[in-house]
Ligand binder design. Structure first.
Ligand code: FES
Length: 101
């Protein structure tokens, strides 16, 4: 089990290592509407990882290329559908806008 904290909702969720961030966020009851269903293509799941970045899977080329097309990307950016949870706690900040469109 790994602890996922979701801001600004302030939700803490006991997630399973190996889950994608997107699946864990949805399992925590937060509606995150996407268009590509977790295929790394729409950018709608762009979020900031505030803590635990090193616990997540490494960014692969396809995710990096998609992030390059999104306005507002920073050093804490990930696509929730491409980032897989590890063992350490992670805190994310949902951006509340469809930054990928
Ligand atoms: S769900 Fe579309 S890029 Fe992540």
């Amino acid at each position: 089990m790994t602890v996922l904290t979701i801001q600004p909702q302030g939700i803490t969720f006991a997630a399973t290592p190996g889950m994608s961030l997107l699946d864990a966020i949805k399992a925590a009851g937060v509606a995150l509407i996407t268009q590509c269903n977790g295929k790394g293509q729409c950018g709608a799941c762009h979020l900031f990882v505030q803590e635990g970045r090193k616990s997540l899977s490494k960014i692969q080329r396809a995710e990096n290329e998609k992030l390059d097309t999104i306005v507002g990307v920073g050093s804490k950016s990930r696509l929730a559908c491409q980032a897989v949870l590890g063992e350490e706690p992670v805190a994310v900040e949902l951006l509340g806008f469809k930054s990928g469109f």
